[in-house]
Design a protein around this ligand. Structure first.
Ligand code: IMP
Ligand code: MG
Length: 185
């Protein structure tokens, strides 16, 4: 039995489904940015797996940078206050910025970071997210590229965590209730 089997209730996106969709997103993005260099901006930690796969499928020149944020939420939700723990290292003024997120839930994290980037006068800012839980949106944020719309489940895997665990699963899955209790600390 695999180490994760006792914790997982259901796999909602398989490795194959994710790979296929990431390929399609990369095709759309490559087509939309024909003659310009992109700055891919990942939001740590959750987006690093998606970003790593997506960037290797792009057929355009790009730079890569990261924000790290703390949102003072609990293990399952973010709060209103998004604080920047690590700012970008690269200048983005005059650049085409593509923000890359693992999941957009309330929309607060992305809304805040888009605002921060816009203040630096980039040539453009767009958002690409692997997952979107539209049902939970509290702030209207424009999502330019969405991998999958998912229902209001708490999901892990492919970079997404519960209490910093399960990021390394190659699929996206829903945890069992008792796994949430076991791994809560
Ligand atoms: P938002 O600011 O409410 O949109 O939340 C976005 C952040 O909350 C993501 O970057 C994730 O870190 C976290 N998050 C929201 N939903 C989930 C989930 O289902 N699984 C894992 N993390 C989640
Ligand atoms: Mg996150």
């Amino acid at each position: 039995m695999a180490y994760w089997e006792q914790d997982i209730a259901e796999i909602i996106l398989t490795e194959e489904q994710i790979a296929q969709r990431v390929g399609q997103l990369a095709e759309h993005i490559s087509a939309d940015y024909q003659d310009c260099e992109l700055v891919l901006v990942g939001i740590l930690t959750g987006s690093f797996v998606f970003l790593a796969d997506l960037m290797r499928q792009l057929t355009r020149r790009c730079q890569v940078d990261f924000f790290d944020v703390s949102s003072y939420g609990d293990d399952m939700t973010s709060s209103g206050e998004v604080a920047i723990l690590k700012d970008l290292s690269l200048p983005v003024t005059g650049k085409h910025v593509l923000m890359v997120e693992d999941i957009v839930d309330s929309g607060r994290t992305v809304a805040k970071l888009v605002e921060v980037v816009k203040d630096r006068q980039p040539a453009s800012v767009k958002v690409c997210t692997l997952l979107s839980k539209t049902a939970r949106r509290e702030l209207a944020v424009e999502l330019n590229y969405i991998g999958f719309e998912i229902p209001d489940y708490f999901v892990v895997g492919y970079g997404l965590d519960y209490a910093q665990r399960f990021r390394s699963l190659p699929f996206v899955a829903v945890l069992k209730d008792d796994a949430m209790l076991t791994h809560r600390e």
